[in-house]
Design a binder for this molecule. Sequence first.
Ligand code: PGA
Length: 242
Amino acid sequence: MLRNITLHITEDYAAMGRKAAEIFAGAVKESPAGVFGFATGSTPEGLYKELAKMHATGTRFDGITTFNLDEYHPIQPGNTQSYHYYMKERVFGPLGIKNTHVPDGEATDPLAECARYEARLTAAGEMAMQILGIGHNGHIGFNEPGEAFARLASYVPLTPSTIEANARLFEDPAMVPRHALTIGIHAIMMAKRILLLASGAGKADILARALQGPITPQVPASILQLHPCVTVVADQAAAAGL
Ligand code: PGA
């Protein structure tokens, strides 16, 4: 493993959440008014449950500013599958965080929304820690595999594999939005620290390709090999290929 990557392998999903929560809470303790990047999806749910438990026993998270990686488009914030809703239910409400940013899934001009979001990110200053999951196809945020790394926030068509992977969460698979707004690779790479989570055997192959394979836009997460400070928390099943 590269020296810039610290790897924690946990026994199972629950232990991954606990370890990630310990690391994240440590970063918030160091930067209680810092900027933190959040991810959605199934993987970080355990982390968020642990943070909610910590909050309930007195740990404060309410001084931080948050930026989410991405949001579907089009989607209403009240839709239970929107990332707005996910964050409100699992993070912002339970942790009492008020200074939050999620791309606007209802923006009438998605390109203008990308520019607005990028400007806000830049103005917020250095991100203390960016939480990331990894897609089965190696995406981070909704930066899907392609010919080049997308530098800035962008409005992207989702790949068929991502639509299929996310269909499980929608009552009707036909309702999965076909596009998303996502921050770009530049903002992710500018974070002081990356906390990358992976769980389950289905992620073993892509995690190994991301961390140990060639750095290529075909595996967007492989760019993290060039980041100076990456902490990976993976359960045994996801770490099997490393
Ligand atoms: P998942 O999604 O945590 O639901 O597997 C990860 C991702 O797509 O980044």
